[in-house]
Design a protein around this ligand. Structure first.
Ligand code: BF8
Ligand code: SF4
Length: 631
C-alpha cells in the first residue's frame, strides 16, 4: 500500500485493517468512508438544537442565508454556546472520574482492598488543606482529606483549593477576569444554565464561563484525579515497558484493560497476580496472564506497574482483530460501542463494568468497589475461561513493539534533575536545574503534547511528526494520553531516542538520564504538567505565560480535550490544535480564540491541520517568548 493511502502511521495496523476486510469485519475506517462528507453546519458549529423551536442552522457566511435562529441567536452565540457545552461535558467526565477516586479514598482501610500507598503525599496534602495530622491514624486523615475533596464538587462558598498552587500573577488574572472556579459541579451547572435557551448570548461571556469551568477541570477534577490516585496507588517512578500490539502473547490469556479509572484496573492487576488465578490460567492450557493497556487506563497501569501498552484509541478494534484477546475490560470513556459487533466476530468477551457506561450487547459485570478484589477476580476468571474458545485460524499478532521508559511524575522528574545538583550549593528537590537550562537556552523550551486520535489525521502521524521536529530543535516534550502511547510505540519515550534530539536536549537527556519525550501519564495527569509549569514559573519569579512553553493537541477528538485546551489557555499556555474545532462559523469567536484571548490570559489558540506548519508556528512562538524573557 502506498504511504499516502495509509490511514495509520503503522504498517502493522494496516495489515490488521486488511485482515478485517478479508474476514468481512467492519472497522471505524469503513464507517468513516460510509459517513461521506460531514455536515457543513455541524462542522462549523452553527447548528443549534438547544430548544424545540429548532434545530436552527444559521449561515456561517455573513450576509448570506439565515443569519439568526428563530429566537434571534446569531452564529457567534450558537458557536460559543456549543463550545461552552463541550467544555462542560469534558469537565464532567474528568471530574466525575476524580469524584469516584475520592470516594475510593474515603473507603480506604488498612486491611481493605484499597490502601494508602503514598503516605508522604497524603500528609503533605493534609498540611496544604490544613487538616490536623498529629497523633492521628493515617486512615482518619485520608478520610477527612477525601471528604474535603468531595466537597470541592458542590461547596456553596469560596473557590477551589488547588487554585492556590498557581503562580501569584496567574491567580491575579483569574480574579480580575472573574474566572476562579467556585465548585466543580457548580461550574458545569452554570454552563448548562447559561446556555439554556434565552440566557447568555454574548460570545465573550460564554468563553469566560467556559474558561472558568475548564479551570474547574484542570485545577479541580483532573488534579484531584491525579493526586488522589497517586496517594492510593503510588506516585509513579521511572520504569521500563513495551508498547504496541506486538506485546500480545500467543500462548497466554490476553486481557485488554481499556477506559480510564485506575480503581478498576489496579484491582485487575492485583487479581492477575493471585496464585489461584494464575493456576486457573495454567489449567486451561495458557502459559500465563498477559495484561495489556489501552487508552488512559493503559497509561495509569503502565505508569505504576509497567503493564505493557497494547495501543491507543484507534487500536481498540485492531486489538480484537488479532484474534488473541480473551477479554476487553472497560469502565468509562473513549470506548467504541462497535466493540460489541467486532468482538462478536471473534471469541473475545467484551466486559463493561460501570453503570455510567453500559454498552448494548456487552457482558455487564458491575464492578463493586466494596468487594473490589473479588469483583476483579471474577472478571479475570471470565477471560481465562474464554481461552479455550480461541480460533487458531483467526490469530495474527503483528510483530511490532518498542521499548519505553516511562513513569515521569513531577516528583520523578525532580528526582532525575537532582542528579546534577551540587548539594553544597543548591538545595535538592526543586525545578532549578530545569529553569537553569531553559534560561541558558540549552533547552529552547518545552511542549506538552497530548490528546487523542482522529480519522481526520493519519493515525499517530501528527503526534510523531511534531514530537520529532520539536526534540530536534531542543524543545523537551512531555506527553500524556493517547499522544504518549503514540510516542511509546514510535520509540520516542526510550532513552535511545535522545539521538534524534538537538545537541542541547541530548546533553540534558544524558546528564539527567531521561528520554527526550517524557510520558507523564493519562489525560487527567495533564494536571502534572500544570504543576511542573507552575513550579518552574514560580521558581523564575514569572507567570506561566512568560515561559517558552506550548500545549499541543495534534489529533484531538473528545470533549475532554476541549476542556483541557481551555484550561491550558486560561493557565497562560498557548494551545496548538491540529484538528479544527467546530467554531469556524463565527469570525468573532475565531478572533477571540486566536487573538483577543491573549490580552486576557496571555495565551491564545493556533490552528493548522498541517503538522509541519504547526510545529514551525510553535518554534516561532517559543523563540518569541524567549526573546521577551531575556529582554
Ligand atoms: O482521556 S487522549 S482518546 S483515552 S480523550 Fe480518550 Fe483522547 Fe485517548 Fe484518555 Ni484523553
Ligand atoms: Fe433555534 Fe434559538 Fe432554539 Fe437554538 S435556542 S434551536 S437558535 S430557536
Amino acid at each position: 500500500m502506498s504511504e499516502t493511502k495509509m490511514v495509520s502511521l503503522d504498517e502493522m495496523d494496516e495489515q490488521l485493517i486488511q485482515k478485517a476486510e478479508a474476514e468481512g469485519v467492519e472497522t471505524m475506517w469503513d464507517r468513516k468512508k460510509a459517513m461521506k462528507a460531514p455536515c457543513g453546519f455541524g462542522e462549523k458549529g452553527v447548528c443549534c438544537r438547544i430548544c424545540a423551536m429548532g434545530p436552527c442552522r444559521v449561515s456561517p457566511v455573513e450576509g448570506k442565508g439565515a443569519q439568526r435562529g428563530i429566537c434571534g441567536a446569531t452564529a457567534d452565540t450558537i458557536v460559543a454556546r456549543n463550545l461552552a457545552r463541550m467544555i462542560a461535558a469534558g469537565t464532567s467526565a474528568h471530574s466525575d472520574h476524580a469524584r469516584d477516586i475520592a470516594h475510593v479514598m474515603h473507603m480506604a482501610s488498612r486491611d481493605g482492598n484499597y490502601t494508602i500507598k503514598d503516605e508522604r503525599k497524603l500528609l503533605s496534602l493534609a498540611e496544604e488543606w490544613e487538616v490536623n495530622t498529629e497523633g492521628r491514624d493515617i486512615y482518619d486523615v485520608a478520610h477527612e482529606v477525601a471528604e474535603i475533596a468531595l466537597n470541592e464538587f458542590g461547596k456553596p462558598f469560596g473557590t477551589l483549593k488547588f487554585l492556590e498552587r498557581a503562580p501569584e500573577p496567574r491567580k491575579k488574572i483569574w480574579r480580575e477576569l472573574d474566572i476562579e472556579p467556585r465548585a466543580i459541579d457548580r461550574e458545569i451547572a452554570t454552563i448548562m444554565h447559561s446556555t439554556h435557551m434565552g440566557c447568555t448570548s454574548d460570545a465573550e461571556s460564554l468563553l469566560k464561563i467556559g474558561m472558568r469551568t475548564a479551570l474547574a477541570d484542570g485545577w479541580g477534577g483532573s488534579m484531584i484525579g491525579t493526586v488522589f490516585s497517586d496517594i492510593l496507588f503510588g506516585t509513579p517512578v521511572p520504569r521500563e515497558t513495551e508498547a504496541n500490539l506486538g506485546v500480545l502473547e500467543e500462548k497466554q490469556v490476553n486481557i485488554i484493560l481499556h477506559g480510564h479509572e485506575p480503581s478498576l484496573s489496579e484491582m485487575i492487576v492485583m487479581a492477575a497476580q493471585d496464585p489461584q488465578i494464575i493456576k486457573l490460567a495454567e489449567e486451561v492450557g495458557a502459559e500465563g496472564i498477559n495484561l495489556a493497556g489501552m487508552c488512559c487506563t493503559g497509561n495509569e497501569v503502565t505508569m505504576r506497574h509497567g503493564v505493557k501498552i497494547a495501543g491507543n484509541f484507534f487500536q481498540q478494534e485492531l486489538a480484537v482483530l488479532t484474534g488473541v484477546i480473551e477479554a476487553v475490560i472497560v469502565d468509562v470513556q473513549c470506548i467504541f460501542p462497535s466493540l460489541t459487533p467486532i468482538t462478536d466476530c471473534y471469541h473475545t468477551k467484551f466486559i463493561t463494568t460501570s453503570p455510567k457506561a453500559k454498552i448494548t450487547g456487552a457482558t455487564h459485570i458491575e464492578f463493586n468497589e466494596e468487594k473490589a478484589l473479588e469483583s476483579a477476580k471474577s472478571i479475570v476468571r471470565e477471560a481465562i475461561e474464554n481461552f479455550k474458545n480461541r480460533k487458531k485460524e483467526k490469530v495474527f499478532i503483528p510483530q511490532t513493539k518498542n521499548q519505553a521508559t516511562l513513569g515521569y511524575s513531577v516528583e520523578a522528574i525532580i528526582k532525575q534533575l537532582d542528579r546534577v545538583v551540587n548539594s553544597n550549593i543548591d538545595p535538592q528537590g526543586t525545578v532549578k536545574p530545569l529553569a537553569d537550562v531553559i534560561k541558558a537556552g540549552v533547552l529552547r523550551g518545552a511542549a506538552g503534547i497530548v490528546g487523542c486520535n482522529n480519522p481526520k489525521v493519519k493515525h499517530d502521524y501528527s503526534h510523531i511528526e511534531i514530537m520529532k521536529k520539536l526534540i530536534a530543535n531542543d524543545v523537551i516534550v512531555v506527553t500524556t494520553g493517547c499522544a504518549a502511547q503514540a510516542a511509546a510505540k514510535a520509540g520516542l519515550t526510550s532513552k535511545d531516542a535522545a539521538k534524534l534530539a538537538g545537541k542541547g536536549l541530548q546533553a540534558v537527556c544524558e546528564l539527567v538520564d531521561i528520554p527526550p519525550v517524557l510520558h507523564m501519564g493519562s489525560c487527567v495527569d495533564i494536571s502534572r504538567i500544570l504543576t511542573l509549569v507552575g513550579e518552574t514559573a514560580k521558581h523564575m519569579g514569572v507567570d506561566n505565560c512568560d515561559l517558552p512553553v506550548v500545549g499541543v493537541a495534534p489529533e484531538w477528538m473528545s470533549e475532554k480535550a476541549v476542556a483541557i485546551a481551555n484550561y491550558v489557555i486560561a493557565s497562560g499556555i498557548d494551545v496548538f490544535l491540529g484538528v479544527e474545532p467546530p467554531v469556524m462559523g463565527s469570525a468573532a469567536v475565531v478572533d477571540m480564540l486566536t487573538n483577543k484571548l491573549e490580552e486576557m490570559t496571555g495565551a491564545k489558540f493556533f490552528i493548522d491541520t498541517d503538522p509541519h506548519k504547526l510545529s514551525a508556528m510553535m518554534l516561532d512562538r517559543i523563540e518569541e517568548k524567549r526573546a521577551k524573557l531575556e529582554a
